[in-house]
Design a protein around this ligand. Sequence first.
Ligand code: AHR
Length: 662
Amino acid sequence: MYIKKLIATSLLITALLLPVFMQAQKNMITVSTNKIIADVQPTMWGIFFEDINLGADGGIYAEMVKNRSFEFYKPLMGWTVTQSKFDEGSVLVTNRHEQDAANPRFIRITKNNAADTLALTNEGFRGMGIKKGLRYDFTVLYRQETVGLKLHVQLISMEGKVIGSSVFTPSDVISKEWKNDGVSLTATDTTLKGKLTIWFEGSGKIGLDMISLFPEDTWKKRPGGMRADMIQLLADMKPGFIRFPGGCIVEGYDLGLRYQWKKTLGPIEQRQLIINRWNSEFAHRPTPDYFQTFGLGFYEYFQLAEDIGASPLPILNAGMACQFNSAEVVPLDELDPYVQDALDLIEFANGDSTTQWGKIRTAMGHAAPFNLKMMGVGNENWGPQYVERLQIFSKAIKARYPDFKLVNSSGTDPDGERFDFLNAALRKNNADIIDEHYYRRPEWFLANANRYDNYPRNASKIFAGEYAAQSDKTVSIDNKNNLQTAIAEAAFMTGLERNAAVVNLASYAPLFAHIDGWQWTPDLIWVNNLQSYGTPNYYVQKLYSTNKGTNVVPALMDGKAVTGQDSLYVSSVIDKNTGDVIIKVVNASVNAINKTIAITGTKKLSNTGTVTVLKSNLLQAVNSFAAPQMVSPVTATVAVKSGKLNAALPANSFSVYRIAIQ
Ligand code: AHR
């Protein structure tokens, strides 16, 4: 009797508790740390760099003088001449094209009367950011024609005050040779939009070229180097790769304006400037003073990749200009020089000093190879004209370097006829890596978290080469880097991570934008002349790349990947190097959600871990120069009990859990 009663009571309790238990199970996300689905490639999360939005000139390239060699189509653009008495020809733009085709123009200063005043002022790239106490190095190429002029070099604040000065006295040797020299000066104040003025004392005649000003505090203190604050933001991401130099800039408006890496090497005065294709691309964001000086060239890009521990990923022109612009193509029987450029680039990066191009790299200061393993042929090219050119490139490159990986373009969009045509053609040709681009609304990113779930595993790999959620629409000037776009990208990226078996590289685009000189928004990092800040989107990228892990493991709810159920998106990896499990959870709903996360498959689970959360009460929240950390991750500890943790997921948030399992 007693036994019967006991059984009946047990059954009743089970019946009552089962739904609760099942509900609890239903609510649970289970991460199985011992079931490896895929390896995460070291390259997985990288960065995309292009000289757009004053990304290079006026951006990471720390040169402060705009139009330093007078080669802009208006030779004195960026310069103003001030003189007490008008003197015809006192500043004469002179062209020596016959002797120096790469750097034809210079200016000749003639001052006949020592009592007159004559000055040149450079406005910089939307002004010059000058910092109190910092040293600035002024250099100039000059040629004395009549001795007698001294150059007073001055830093001028926004208010017009002299905040640094020095005198440069050219050598008193009259010569036909050009001489490079300069002086340094220290700023006595800080200004956001300063200027450089050179006023000429005495009388005489002198030729001037390559008038340059660099701050002392460049990245790694390299003279003529890069802006340290901007590069630090990249280094902090620990990116797996850096794609350069673009983007559409690779293609150029027409073939004459395509990016040619060989012209970006050697002495900077010999790097022939060209117009930047973003100069006039958007009528609503004209940038008439945007040129590529190539002071930042391919050698510097490789060096940057090495500095920040990223694999270099150069993208080369495929013999096609931008198909939105001229759509010019080089005839197939004239493609050789383009293919040769690709072969030579591999030699430049990897060859030893006995090779033609390895010798050039060595002479530039880098005897060790740059370890180039992959390259893109073409950016956003499409159609059969691309496929036939690509085949010629691929054949030649693979014949010489069979293990070298080639990235192929799948055009501008992740769907549609052009995409379908290319996707099929590239796969038929066994493309190593296919570059897919998506500039879409946040809803698209949420709906596509499962995009790669059914992509073939043993075929071409994917490079999510350019993506950014557009709060308005592509190329709209109203697009904002707000929390909503960042959350949508984070959700989509759970799908990239879960599918690391097929997705091997991914990068947000574009990378940088100057607040007074941009053409395209949204962008990952915004800068002015003194400051730079990461957007909420930057923090999403950084949270992924600094929590990359080594292997994907399942994170399932009700036995399924979490790709939007309850507005949640989840992926997880283990990191064999640190012995952690890392779980990324996006709550894309307007409500806070509580979930239990069970971590199975390990006996050595720590009873505490960390959770780093990116959130805000406002979906439209953005960062700014005034509040650069308004939306930025905050880390706290979490308790783990009996293999479970309680995930309190704030509304519109991205949380990264990290727990030791070894
Ligand atoms: O990222 C900005 C531009 O978008 C890139 O240059 C191009 O590849 C894409 O269309």
